[in-house]
Design a protein around this ligand. Structure first.
Ligand code: NI
Length: 267
């Protein structure tokens, strides 16, 4: 079984002490492809350095809505330079977060739209973070063209709202909360998705799936997300792994085959 964790933050300081062991556990669990996602310039640079050094690891570079207030025009130029790297396969994570509202909404919208425009210019997919901002997210996405290669990461909305993202060609990624006993909307959303749009992720170090909830999350735990999605779809875990591998490869423009150097010799 091979799994693609389409959203993790191995660039986070939570892994500073034991990153090699975390990567080893991921690969031993079958998670042989990971997209490491930036949230500001330094974390994007770390994601890219890790991707450059590790087989099967790719980077997304971008400015998270929490960091939007600190963003400058120069930051966008730096992102554009980073996107030229062959392992920088997406722009993200970008979006709107009205739950914490760490940056003013108007600034979040400006920085989000500027990055959507940059992704279009660079011809790269987008990784979108949305929280309690559905109407404004849809409005911004429509205003910047309304058709995207990319993903709504860690989807937490309703099965009605998801149609608007699907209509804009986006993939939908499901994370650890699908395994929580009190999950309400996700068990309805997952079976309602077109099979070719479904992705899975950990969002590690956050959102640790059951039964590890409460601990630091890591890509090896993606198996628990795949298992729960398989239950919801009436499929085997292996079939979900393969489906989401192919969907992730299509979404991010990666080869469908497993890189030879991370199939069995990763220590
Ligand atoms: Ni994230």
């Amino acid at each position: 079984m091979r799994l693609f964790d389409t959203h993790c933050h191995l660039n986070d300081e939570a892994y500073q002490a034991d990153l090699a062991a975390v990567l080893q556990r991921a690969r031993a669990a079958g998670v042989v492809r990971m997209l490491v996602v930036g949230y500001d310039l330094p974390s994007s640079q770390r994601a890219l350095a890790l991707a450059a050094a590790e087989a099967g690891v790719y980077a997304a570079v971008g400015i998270h809505p929490h960091e939007a207030a600190a963003a400058t025009a120069g930051d966008l130029e730096r992102l554009e330079e980073m996107l030229a790297h062959p392992k920088a396969v997406a722009l993200g994570e970008i979006g709107l977060d009205y739950h914490y509202e760490n940056s003013p909404r108007r600034v979040q919208q400006e920085v989000f739209r500027a990055q959507l425009a940059l992704a279009r210019k660079a011809g790269k997919p987008v990784v979108i973070h949305g929280r309690e901002a559905h109407a404004d997210l849809v409005a911004a996405l429509q205003a910047e063209g309304g058709h995207y290669q990319g993903v709504m990461h860690c989807y937490s909305g309703s099965k009605e709202a998801v149609r608007e993202y699907l209509a804009m060609n986006l993939h939908i990624s499901v994370a650890g909360p699908v395994t929580f006993k009190n999950a309400r909307k996700l068990p309805e959303v997952v079976p309602a998705l077109p099979p070719d749009r479904l992705l899975i992720e950990t969002d590690a170090p956050y959102l640790t799936p059951h039964p590890w909830r409460g601990r630091r999350n890591e890509p090896a735990y993606l198996v628990a997300v795949a298992e729960r999605v398989a239950e919801l779809l009436g499929m085997t875990t292996e079939a979900v792994a393969e489906l989401t591998w192919k969907n992730g490869a299509a979404c991010f423009g990666l080869p469908a085959e497993t890189p030879f150097d991370c199939t069995g010799h990763t220590g």
